[in-house]
Design a protein around this ligand. Structure first.
Ligand SMILES: Cc1cc2nc3c(=O)[nH]c(=O)nc-3n(C[C@H](O)[C@H](O)[C@H](O)COP(=O)(O)OP(=O)(O)OC[C@H]3O[C@@H](n4cnc5c(N)ncnc54)[C@H](O)[C@@H]3O)c2cc1C
Length: 480
């Protein structure tokens, strides 16, 4: 990283968030959680501090004394927010997950209200930002625009095809289509021009997770389309509305941490091994061995956690089941030069996707997300950059992610993981237990875990009441 930028960014710590708040940018009610006078006797270890792990701690907290082990130096996992200073403005950037919406994230949306992040009756304290999503797909070879949702008339044939695709996708995920149909099979069956499918649609779909075109074709269509298709409006000409976090999704995790009871967080504590001794659990990190615990929730992803069980004879089948979930690497850079944006600024959209026959990679115009809270539109971008022709010269931060590839085979392994839930006090929460990879499903998994280990917890009961009132209580993201 160029030294000049090292001082320009920092993880979103409570201090930076409060400082931003004092500048009038954020209003962050870091309320102190009510600490129980006497800690509960039963002890729970949670491994991995993503939304799945922290929400598990929140839901179970009133009834358990919890140690949360996180390998990084901060909580959040794929909700990873850094605070950057650009053009005299301080702005949070979500390096990983960044968007949510009531259609695609109904439980998460309700949860944000439940914990006080979303305050529909008070705009001043509400920590969400509404944004109009727009899409520009352009050729990697010559930069020519192929589809632009802001100006659909510029490419009328592709626009009509895209609109037809959105309606087909909405229909597919709202029925009970089988998860076994691959994206490739689904695309091949669409009655749309082949050039549109090959040059626009498939590489754009691959850009949603930065997988290769050959890999996106192997994904489960229902699982992959679920990430975006709920947000396609019924009226194809209506704008797509999504939401971002004023304090970043990592800021939301800190907020949630402050709402947790009986929680002790251990950072830089990468777990290497779990042991089960007469129904009690021990957790090994580089700092030593902790325990005993009455139960363990594993929220670390399966490509890591499959190695935790080597000393547990009864769990060898479990380890190989975890190893059956497929993952692939993807690199994201946060930068200030518009190196991956189309040359013609008039065509810029919130998402700008460079495509060729093998890949699609998106560059998000982050400055546009925060335009309503910064005093000017910042030159600030977040781009997937695993296969780019050139490198940005003004990189603020790089992060290498490991993404799940939800093939029908992976989903089969996810389904089988259910049989292991609760065995000898061992539980799994996180995106890798559900039909697709979203904050929505990771939150659902935490609720499911807490329903098993703490069904009478006041936080579980209160949230269940809220979702019942909103008619959301039948939502189920388990693989059928
Ligand atoms: C680049 C990117 C963009 C995304 N965009 C969106 C989006 O816009 N909207 C959306 O809803 N979803 C999005 N997602 C998906 C979303 O981020 C995930 O569904 C969600 O964050 C998963 O939460 P989790 O708790 O299951 O896992 P994670 O967030 O991966 O948490 C797992 C945690 O385990 C920790 N860990 C790993 N190994 C160990 C170990 N040995 N010991 C202790 N801890 C360990 C990790 O450091 C991590 O903190 C995106 C994902 C990525 C990668």
């Amino acid at each position: 990283m160029p030294p000049i930028f090292q001082t320009m960014l920092s993880p979103l710590t409570r201090r930076t968030a409060v400082k931003a708040s004092s500048l009038g940018f954020l209003t962050l009610p870091f309320a102190k959680s009510a600490k129980a006078a006497v800690k509960p006797a039963q002890r729970l270890a949670i491994i991995g501090g993503g939304i799945g792990g922290v929400a598990s701690a929140y839901f179970a907290g009133p009834e358990w004394s919890i140690d949360l082990f996180e390998s990084r130096d901060r909580l959040g996992g794929h909700a990873d927010t850094i605070q950057v200073n650009v053009e005299g403005e301080s702005c949070p950037v979500d390096v990983g997950a960044d968007f949510f919406a009531p259609q695609s994230h109904p439980l998460y949306w309700a949860f944000l209200e439940h914990v006080g992040i979303r305050t529909p009756d008070n705009a001043k304290t509400d920590l969400t930002i509404q944004t109009k999503s727009s899409l520009n797909i352009f050729s990697k070879n010559d930069g020519d625009s192929l589809f632009n949702s802001i100006n659909t008339l510029s490419h009328p044939i592709h626009a009509v095809s895209f609109l037809r695709f959105t309606q087909e996708a909405r229909e597919w995920i709202s029925g009970d289509a089988p998860y076994s149909v691959s994206m490739g099979e689904w695309i091949d069956n669409l009655i749309l021009p082949q050039t549109f499918k090959d040059n626009v649609l498939t590489p754009w779909l691959s850009s949603l997770s930065c997988s290769k075109v050959i890999d996106v074709r192997r994904q489960s269509a229902r699982s992959h389309l679920r990430v975006v298709a709920k947000n396609f409006p019924k009226n194809p000409l209506a704008p797509i509305i999504t939401y971002h976090a004023k304090i970043g999704l990592g800021g939301y995790i800190q907020f949630l941490q402050n709402r947790c009871e009986n929680l002790s967080v251990k950072l830089n504590a990468a777990v290497s091994r779990l042991e089960e001794v007469n129904g009690q659990w021990f957790v090994t990190t580089s700092s030593g061995r902790d325990g005993p615990y009455d139960a363990v929730v594993v929220n670390a992803p399966p490509h890591v956690s499959k190695n935790f069980f080597s000393s547990i004879p009864w769990a060898s089948e479990l380890a190989s089941l975890l190893g059956r979930q497929e993952y692939f690497p993807a690199r994201v850079v946060v930068h200030t030069d518009p190196v991956y944006m189309p040359l013609d600024r008039k065509t810029w959209a919130s998402q700008n996707v460079e495509v060729d026959s093998q890949f699609g990679e998106s560059s998000h115009d982050v400055g546009s997300f925060y335009e309503s809270v910064t005093t000017k539109k910042l030159s600030l971008f977040k781009s997937w950059a695993s296969h780019r022709n050139n490198e940005s010269k003004k990189i603020l931060m790089t992060r290498d992610f490991v993404h799940p590839l939800s093939t029908p085979e992976s989903l089969d392994a996810i389904k089988s993981l259910r049989d292991w839930q609760g065995r000898a006090g061992l539980y799994f929460s996180g995106h890798f237990t559900a039909v697709t990879d979203l904050h929505e499903t990771a939150l659902f998994s935490a609720l499911e875990t807490a329903r098993r280990i703490s069904p009478d917890s006041k936080n579980v009961l209160a949230f269940e009441q809220l979702i019942a009132d909103q008619g959301l209580d039948s939502i189920d993201y388990n693989v059928p």
